[in-house]
Design a protein around this ligand. Structure first.
Ligand SMILES: NC(=O)c1ccc[n+]([C@@H]2O[C@H](COP(=O)([O-])OP(=O)(O)OC[C@H]3O[C@@H](n4cnc5c(N)ncnc54)[C@H](O)[C@@H]3O)[C@@H](O)[C@H]2O)c1
Length: 263
C-alpha cells in the first residue's frame, strides 16, 4: 500500500457498524493501517469490518474495547502501538443515543450515557495523546459530536448535553495539546441512516405519536439537499480531518448536515 497516509496508523472506536464502519472503509482506502475497536458483544461484526477493509490492501486488526473503561482504552492504545508501531490518529466514534422525556431522565440513564459518550471520548483522547507525545511528531484527535452538540433537539436533552460536553473536551484538548503538534476536531452529523437513527425514529412513534419514518422525513425535509446523511457522507469529512489537508484545522466542531441547520 502506498500513498500519503501509508505509514500512518489510525484507531477507530465503535467500528463494528454504522458511521464507524464507514470511517474504517474510508481510512483504509486512504492508506491508513487500522486498529478497529468495539465492545466484545459486537466482535463478530467488527471482524467482518476487518475483512472488508482488507480489500484495500492495508493492515487492520480488531481489538475489544469498552470505552467506558479507562483500562480498556489504555489497553487499546498500547496494543495498537505494539502491533502497528505507532498511533497517529484517534477517532473516538463510539457513542449511544437513547431518547428521553425531560422529566423522566433518571440518574442511571444519565450516568450510562455520560460513561460512553463523555468519559469514552476523554479517555480515548488522553490515551492517544499520551502515546503521540511519547512518539513525537504530533497527531490528530477526532471525536463524534453531533448537531446535537450545538443545539438541543426535542427528546434528546441528555444525549445533547453529552455531545455539548464532547465539544468542550475537544476544545480543551486543542488548547493544551497544540504545543505537541496534536490537533483536536469533532465531526457533527445531523441524522445519519444507521441502526442508531432507526431506533430514534422508532422512539418518536411512542414519544411524539409520529408515523414510522416520520421523524426521518421531517429532518430530511429540513435539508436543502432533501435527504438525511449516509454513513459514507460523514466518513468523507473524517477522512479530511484525519489526513494532511486539515493540518491547520484545530479545536473545531465541523457540521455535516446537508445544510439543514445554518449558523
Ligand atoms: N446516526 C446518527 O444520526 C448520528 C448523528 C450524529 C452523531 N452520531 C454519533 O456518531 C457515532 C456513531 O453513531 P452510529 O450512528 O454509527 O451508531 P451505531 O449505534 O450504529 O454504532 C455505534 C457503535 O458504537 C459501539 N459502542 C457503543 N457503546 C460502546 C462502548 N461502550 N464502547 C465501545 N463501543 C461502543 C456500538 O457497539 C456500535 O458499533 C456516535 O457517537 C453517535 O452519537 C450519530
Amino acid at each position: 500500500m502506498t500513498g500519503i497516509n501509508s505509514t500512518r496508523v489510525a484507531i477507530v472506536t465503535g467500528a463494528g457498524q454504522g458511521i464507524g464502519r464507514a470511517i474504517a472503509h474510508r481510512l483504509a482506502r486512504d492508506g491508513f493501517r487500522l486498529a478497529l475497536a468495539d465492545v466484545s458483544g459486537n466482535a463478530k461484526a467488527l471482524d467482518g469490518v476487518v475483512t472488508e477493509v482488507g480489500k484495500f490492501g492495508t493492515k487492520a486488526i480488531s481489538l475489544p474495547c469498552d470505552v467506558r473503561k479507562k483500562e480498556d482504552v489504555d489497553g487499546l492504545v498500547a496494543e495498537t502501538a505494539k502491533e502497528l508501531g505507532q498511533v497517529n490518529v484517534m477517532v473516538a466514534n463510539a457513542g449511544i443515543a437513547p431518547t428521553d422525556s425531560f422529566m423522566d431522565i433518571e440518574p442511571k440513564f444519565f450516568d450510562n450515557l455520560y460513561e460512553v459518550n463523555v468519559r469514552g471520548v476523554l479517555f480515548s483522547y488522553q490515551a492517544a495523546a499520551r502515546q503521540m507525545i511519547a512518539q513525537g511528531g504530533g497527531g490528530k484527535l477526532i471525536a463524534a459530536c453531533s448537531v446535537s452538540g450545538i443545539g438541543v433537539g426535542i427528546h434528546q436533552t441528555a444525549y445533547c448535553s453529552s455531545k455539548f460536553a464532547v465539544r468542550a473536551i475537544n476544545q480543551g484538548a486543542a488548547l493544551e495539546l497544540g504545543k505537541y503538534g496534536i490537533t483536536a476536531n469533532v465531526y457533527c452529523p445531523g441524522p445519519v441512516l444507521t441502526d442508531m437513527w432507526k431506533k430514534i425514529d422508532d422512539d418518536f412513534v411512542t414519544l411524539d405519536g409520529k408515523n414510522s419514518g416520520g421523524r426521518t422525513k421531517e429532518l430530511a425535509d429540513l435539508s436543502p439537499l432533501g435527504r438525511c446523511a449516509e454513513p459514507e457522507d460523514i466518513a468523507k469529512l473524517v477522512g479530511f480531518l484525519a489526513g494532511p489537508d486539515s493540518d491547520f484545522v484545530n479545536g473545531q466542531a465541523m457540521q455535516c448536515n446537508g445544510g439543514a441547520w445554518l449558523s
